[in-house]
Ligand binder design. Structure first.
Ligand code: MHF
Ligand code: KIV
Ligand code: MG
Length: 288
């Protein structure tokens, strides 16, 4: 059955997210219901209107405008240089390009760590100037007071614990988090702290699968895994990784569902060859 745009084929009978929501945006309440129904869901990153529209029409219920835009879109080595102005612009484009998905704006490094007031100021920018439906920020216990303030102000917050990429310099790279008893207990404390603070979901990044499954069991809010095994409520991947666009090595947890880098490269070479050979434009591409 060819699902028409914005009418994706329901994944399963009684599906909350993949079946009945077509003429409105997915909300955090839908995600809570999905957890109650044991319905797993997929989140992808998106950084522009066109790509976001493709994923929206494919029925992806939540799109994250990740600060991974730094790596995948803006040519930075890490997410650290990404600015609020860049995230506002990219998030606004993703909102304009979609009709159904919940769009989550990722708060970049230095936009929330100073104080809850700073977090409020910049989260409000994403909500007002970009029109996102929720924001995401990194940190467990350390971000709890900021999450509380945002939630009290009516801003839905997705938290992010485990490997928090904005701490790449402190970590010395992107190591798996939560290995060993003390680290595992700290991860659980972080997850419970963000739930207590009012987060509607929490990303678990680069965490041993068994620990992620235990955390998922103990939380009432959905967990969104990336490199956290199959026991979380949802999964997220950076879209350039999942579509085979990323240059060079991708993290171990990535499954590549396409090889767009090769497709685009081949197309570009064919275009150049046709222009060189004078076979493009052909008569059918030409005005009289
Ligand atoms: N393209 C892209 N994909 C991502 O998933 C991603 C970004 N960019 N930018 C921001 C962060 C960085 N991420 C990363 C990057 C590398 C690893 C990585 O290679 N980790 C090691 C862990 C090895 C270990 O500690 O055992 C790995 O081999 O997977 C993990 C997450 C996730 N995010
Ligand atoms: C890796 C995901 C969760 C993220 O924070 C991003 O894409 O920026
Ligand atoms: Mg991010």
């Amino acid at each position: 059955m060819n699902a028409s745009p914005l009418q994706p084929a329901p994944a399963q009978e009684g599906a909350v997210l993949y079946g009945g929501i077509t003429n409105r945006r997915v909300t955090v309440r839908d995600l809570a219901k999905a957890k109650q129904h044991g319905e797993r869901w997929a989140m992808l990153t998106a950084y522009d209107a066109l790509t976001a529209g493709v994923f929206d029409e494919a029925g992806i219920p939540v799109l994250l405008v990740g600060d991974s835009a730094g790596n995948c879109h803006l040519g930075y080595e890490t997410t650290v240089p990404v600015t609020m102005d860049q995230m506002v612009m990219l998030s606004a484009a993703v909102v304009r390009g979609t009709r159904r998905a919940l769009v989550v704006g990722d708060m970049p490094f230095g936009s929330y760590q100073e104080s809850p007031a700073q977090a409020m100021h910049n989260a409000a920018r994403l909500m007002k100037e970009a029109g996102v439906g929720a924001v995401k920020l990194e940190g467990g216990e350390r971000s709890a007071r900021s999450i509380e303030l945002l939630v009290e102000a009516g801003i839905p917050v997705m938290a992010h614990v485990g490997l928090t990429p904005q701490s790449v310099h402190a970590f010395g790279g992107y190591p798996v988090q939560g290995r060993g008893d003390e680290a595992a207990h700290q991860l659980l404390r972080d997850a419970k702290a963000v739930q207590q603070a009012g987060a509607f979901a929490v990303v678990l990044e680069a965490v041993p699968a068994e620990l992620a499954a235990q955390v998922t069991e103990q939380l009432a809010i959905p967990t969104v895994g990336i490199g956290a095994g199959a026991g979380t409520d949802a999964q997220v991947l950076v879209w350039t990784d999942f579509a085979g666009m990323t240059a060079g090595r991708v993290p171990k947890f990535v499954k590549q569902y396409a090889n767009l880098r090769a497709v685009l490269g081949d197309a570009a070479r064919a275009f150049a060859a046709d222009v060189g050979a004078g076979t493009f434009p052909a008569p059918e591409h030409t005005f009289k």
